[in-house]
Design a protein around this ligand. Structure first.
Ligand code: S3P
Length: 447
């Protein structure tokens, strides 16, 4: 998909305020998990609102390669016919997970519990990202791995015939690592135990329960969580309705906050408390965000958000909140660069190992636009003046969708337009981003 020439894009001030009511595409995390659990279940799983982004389509292709039937109906509903736990078949070729860390790491967990041989690879961004964090705990369950230096993809896996149940404390705050171990634990007899010192998004735990697994979650004394999963359950196919992705909604939300006079409604946004840290932070900064019609859909909380332009003030974002908004720091930093006063975002070491080194990409992009920004240890510090930075720069996207979208939002308010060198990666998580933004009145297009 990404072998073609790059796609430079430009963003400039729109002629008026942003307005309208839209639904952003489906949640990326939940979409991957629905396809994977559908493939591990017996019977049919119908998925409404699946994100048809590149990352998720890679997972769909991998599930097909492992023997599940995945079909798209007219209108975008997906149907998965699963093979049951332990029933996946050996893939005939290398599984290319494209740009997606979630797809690669969760799939490594599934493969670790199946006695078959598989090879995972990805694009240049994914091949730079650390996989040792899943190789180590999955090896302890009995799977064998061969990887490049430093645990990088391509990664060959020989799964265990009968994996051992897990007893693992996740050393970094990572839902991907937690989920990989739980998915391997599905194939093991007995109870797997995974402890996370810092709670991370719990879509895997919620969805496993929905498919019929026994999952017990206890809080630990220090604010962490202990997850107990009973292995070898029979998962049963079920309908899944995917909420709109709060990480994608963040882009039009911040654009509405920044462009004077705007009011935008974002429909059906997932507000799982372990994902919603950005919205809490924006509210602390003075954002006018009205949350209406809060409801439960398939085990996840969703709501409609009406975001109106607001003057923002700098805040201190504690490290304890980082996991609940880990993908939103690029767009929060953009908001902070237009706020009055300093915003300090603490404890962001994990941003160095995302689709790009996001700490460096945010800091250099904002600096190129004329903002005052620094990296202090693992903290990102943005000094706002109460007015947007000047803009006028071309941002190096570095194969990172969220860097591209964040700076295209910034370009809505800078005096001079902002360009990004390559917008192709936006399709990994938010196909139709530019069109949706233009529908609200934004000025974003090819350069
Ligand atoms: C994800 C978890 C996060 C996040 C990623 C999606 C998931 O990664 O950055 O976009 O779906 O589990 P980590 O868990 O590695 O922090």
């Amino acid at each position: 998909m990404h072998q073609h020439a790059s796609l430079p894009m430009i963003a400039r001030q729109p002629s008026g305020p942003l307005s309208g009511s839209v639904r952003v595409p489906g949640d990326k995390s939940i979409s991957h998990r629905a396809l994977m659990l559908g493939a591990l279940a017996v019977g049919e799983t119908r998925i409404e609102g699946l994100l048809e982004g590149e990352d998720v389509l890679r997972t769909a292709a991998a599930m097909r390669a492992l023997g599940a039937t995945v079909t798209r109906e007219e209108g975008g509903t997906y149907t998965v016919h699963g093979r049951g736990i332990g029933g996946l078949v050996e893939p005939a070729d290398v599984l290319d997970m494209g740009n997606s860390g979630t797809a690669a790491r969760l799939l490594a967990g599934i493969l670790a519990g199946h006695p078959l041989f598989a090879v995972l690879t990805g694009d240049a961004s994914l091949r730079r990202r650390p996989m040792k964090r899943v190789i180590d705990p999955l090896s302890a369950l009995g799977a064998a791995f061969w990887s490049r230096e430093g645990g990088r993809l391509p990664l060959a896996i020989r799964g265990a015939a009968t994996p051992l149940p897990a007893d693992y404390t996740v050393p970094v705050a990572s839902a991907q690592v937690k989920s990989a171990v739980l998915l391997a634990g599905l194939c093991a007899p007995g109870v797997s135990r995974v402890v996370e010192p810092t709670p991370t998004r719990d879509h895997t735990e919620r969805m496993l329960r929905g498919f019929g697994a026994t999952v017990v979650v206890n809080t630990t004394g220090e604010g962490g969580r202990e997850i107990l999963l009973t292995g070898q359950p029979e998962l049963t196919g079920r309908p899944v309705s995917v909420p709109a992705d709060p990480s994608s909604a963040a882009f039009p939300a911040v654009a509405a906050l920044l462009v004077p006079g705007s009011s935008v409604t974002l429909e059906g946004v997932g507000l799982n408390p372990l994902r919603a840290g950005l919205y809490d932070t924006l509210a602390e900064m003075g954002a006018d965000i009205e949350i209406r019609n809060r409801r439960d859909e398939a085990g996840e909380t969703v709501a409609d958000l009406t975001v109106s332009s607001s003057p923002l003030s700098g805040v201190d974002v504690p490290p304890s909140r980082a996991a609940s908004m880990i993908d939103e720091f690029p767009i929060l930093a953009v908001a902070a660069s237009c706020a009055s006063g300093t915003t300090r975002m603490r404890g962001l070491a994990e941003l160095r190992v995302k689709e790009s080194d996001r700490l460096a990409a945010i800091a250099s992009g904002l600096a190129a636009c004329g903002a005052r920004v620094s990296i202090e240890g693992d903290d990102l510090v943005v000094h706002g003046t109460g007015a947007p930075p000047k803009g006028g720069a071309t941002i190096a996207t570095q194969m990172d969708h969220r860097i591209a979208m964040s700076f295209l939002v910034l370009g809505q308010v800078t005096e001079e337009p902002v360009r990004v060198d390559d917008g192709r990666f936006i399709d990994t998580s938010f196909p139709g981003f530019a069109e949706l933004m233009r529908g609200l009145g934004a000025a974003i297009g090819p350069a």
